[in-house]
Structure formats: structure tokens, C-alpha cells
Design a protein around this ligand. Structure first.
Ligand code: SF4
Ligand code: SF4
Length: 120
């Protein structure tokens, strides 16, 4: 792997459309001890356009990115449901490289500051 999620503020959790499947909702429901319907309503919402019909993770405002998934801890920048996280979160960034991490590392090296977070 050429990226390290442990030093990243969770850019991938700021994606506007983090789409989940029925089995993701079942897993999240089990994790929270909720019915599937309650988990779907509390954690996600329906996103529909002419071409798209998805169930999307709900967001909240964030001090680093415009908004992030509600299940990201705002302080630690870690997923609060890591073991039960949706499939799309497990697969991201779909390979050995993460573009945001490369950008973050470049900016931190440039500013000589390992904590630096560029505004996205
Ligand atoms: S996959 Fe990339 S953007 Fe997501 S937490 Fe890891 S380094 Fe950050
Ligand atoms: S479920 Fe976890 S890993 Fe997935 S977007 Fe939300 S906070 Fe990030």
C-alpha cells in the first residue's frame, strides 16, 4: 500500500454520495441493534434522479471538509463503525494508491508540517 489512512483526516468519508446496499444496511442495523428500517432511515437517505436510484449515507457539517459521513468521529477522524462499515468503504480507494493521500503527503512535505491539512 502506498497510503496510510491513520494519518489522513478521512477525505473519502467526505464524498457526497457514499452509496450503500441492502446488506450494508442489515450489517449496520445489527451493529446498532436497530431494525433495518430504522437503520436505513437514521443513517441513510434516498438519492434519486432520472438516472440514479441510490441509498446514501447521511452527512453532517465538518470543520475540515464541507461535510462528512455522520459515522466519522470528528475528532479522531476514524470510522465509528469500522467492523460494520459499508462495502464501498472497504473497497476504497480501489487499488494500491490513494490520490488524496498523495496530495496530502506532498502538501505536508512542502510545508514541513506532518499535521498540515490542505483545505479541500
Ligand atoms: S483511503 Fe485515502 S482518503 Fe480515505 S482515509 Fe485512507 S488515505 Fe484518507
Ligand atoms: S461508514 Fe465509516 S468508513 Fe464509511 S464513509 Fe462513514 S465514516 Fe467513512
Amino acid at each position: 500500500m502506498s497510503f496510510d489512512c491513520n494519518v489522513c483526516p478521512g477525505y473519502c468519508c467526505s464524498h457526497e454520495r457514499i452509496a450503500v446496499t441492502a446488506s450494508d444496511i442489515r450489517r449496520l442495523a445489527r451493529h446498532f441493534g436497530l431494525s433495518e428500517r430504522a437503520a436505513r432511515d437514521r443513517l441513510t437517505y434516498a438519492y434519486k434522479t432520472k438516472d440514479i436510484d441510490e441509498q446514501i449515507m447521511r452527512h453532517r457539517k465538518d470543520h475540515i471538509f464541507k461535510s462528512v459521513c455522520r459515522l466519522l468521529d470528528p475528532k479522531t477522524r476514524r470510522c465509528t463503525v469500522y467492523a460494520a462499515r459499508p462495502a464501498v468503504c472497504r473497497k476504497y480507494p480501489y487499488g494500491e494508491r490513494c490520490g488524496y493521500y498523495a496530495f496530502l503527503k506532498f502538501e505536508r512535505d512542502f510545508h514541513d508540517d506532518p499535521e498540515f491539512v490542505p483545505s479541500a
